[in-house]
Design a protein around this ligand. Structure first.
Ligand code: NAD
Length: 369
């Protein structure tokens, strides 16, 4: 059987720096666990614009459509700020997400014990936290028609439309139930069925998908505003949260910040299953290209490394290896190794981007022996 395939798109700024550390990890899994990937690399963002005059070539997009998983660093930078809108680095990212029809956005909020004091919440509220927000990504109020700013009488009116079809709700609900089966088997669906018809439909469809296809998963429903309160009050009550595009945007940022630094946050965007049964998938850190620290060895590679752990779990069915990688990250953090963004009042051993990557590889080695 062919090796699983990965397309790496390092992008701009710290993207290539953090991706270099992921390469070390991928090589380790090939050499030490017999998990060999066919890895190819291409350009996206400003790097693609510099080489080809566009932020994503058709060839790179075609590759992304055929591999088992895409790993992306980050795009953007001040050098490209004055480009035409269609040529900006971020357009490359939007195009790849849209063309791959990645409708299910996974944002974990996981708090490593060693970093629990980084959260603005009390240690006992966040230590050991491990929840997953599944946000619908390609529909809802960010896309619904009519939209625009119109004139009515003497004044202007701004309009956006929240619109969801049953099939759009059902597919993201399935994605959440599938995830829950690999985790703690619990889904909480959030909407505003008390005031929005789209919310009533959302609740009905999620319940129907549950009853007909996933009765073994525990399902609850919560209004999104109450969900926001519960996330801050006692986030550990949740396992998987599934919600629409707008609420997901807000709730996932809120949940992410429960855990501390931007340099720690991975994400995945999943689409429909391909012929081999794997979902189309793009994995990327939540952070951007961080031009303020690029090229100085200061970037934290953990968000990108944890994105690869998500790829192991959700694209390659390698949950045990994903656990192994997350354990290695936990180990180096527990030893006090800190990139600059993780330096809190309690101090720690300052390390560069590549030293952090090397330490995680060493922890993998120690764990495997
Ligand atoms: P950013 O995420 O790049 O940086 C915000 C702050 O967090 C900066 O101070 C940065 O130094 C720090 N930071 C980010 N990632 C870090 C890491 N791994 N380790 C240590 N510190 C880290 O956001 P920004 O400054 O608003 O945007 C910079 C550029 O990135 C812009 O061009 C923006 O459009 C782009 N951007 C891209 C993406 C993406 O590629 N997905 C996401 C957000 C922003």
């Amino acid at each position: 059987m062919a090796n699983p395939s990965i397309l790496i798109l390092p992008g701009d700024g710290i993207g290539p720096e953090v991706m270099a550390e992921v390469r070390k990890i991928i090589d380790w899994f090939g050499a030490k666990r017999g998990l060999v990937f066919d890895v190819s690399e291409d350009l996206i963002g400003g790097a693609a614009y510099d080489a080809h005059g566009v932020p994503l070539t058709d060839e790179a997009l075609a590759k992304a459509q055929t591999v088992d998983a895409v790993l992306l660093g980050a795009v953007g930078g001040p050098k490209y700020d004055n480009l035409d809108f269609a040529l900006k680095p971020e357009r490359g990212l939007l195009r790849i997400r849209k063309e791959m029809d990645l409708f299910s956005n996974l944002r974990p909020a996981q708090c490593f014990d060693a970093l629990a004091d980084f959260s603005s919440l009390k240690r006992d509220v966040v230590a050991g936290l491990d929840i997953m927000i599944v946000r619908e990504l390609t529909s809802g109020v960010y896309f619904g028609e009519p939209r625009g700013i119109f004139t009515e009488g003497n004044e202007r009116v701004g309009i956006n439309t929240q619109r969801y079809t049953e099939s759009e709700i059902a597919r993201v609900a399935r994605s959440a139930f599938e995830l829950a089966k690999r985790r703690n088997n619990k889904v909480c669906s959030m909407e505003k069925a008390n005031v929005m018809e789209s919310g009533i439909l959302w609740r009905e469809v999620v319940q129907k998908v549950h009853d007909e296809e996933y009765p073994e998963v525990e399902l609850s429903h919560m209004y999104a505003d109450a969900g926001a309160m519960q996330l801050c009050r006692w986030p550990k009550q949740f396992d998987v949260i599934v919600t629409d595009n707008l609420f997901g945007d807000i709730l996932s940022d809120c949940a992410a910040m429960l855990t501390g630094s931007l340099g720690m946050l991975p994400s995945a965007s999943l689409g429909a299953p391909m012929a081999n049964g794997r979902p189309k998938a793009l994995y990327e850190p939540v952070h951007g290209s961080a031009p303020d620290i690029a090229g100085r060895g200061k970037a934290n590679p953990i968000a990108c490394i944890l994105s690869f752990a998500m790829a192991l779990r959700y694209s390659f069915d390698q949950g045990v290896e994903a656990d192994r990688l997350e354990r290695a990250v936990e180990t180096v953090l527990a030893k006090g190794l800190r990139t600059a963004d993780l330096m809190g009042p309690e101090g720690g051993k300052p390390v560069s981007t590549s030293e952090m990557g090397d330490a995680i590889v060493a922890a993998l080695d120690a764990d495997a022996n």
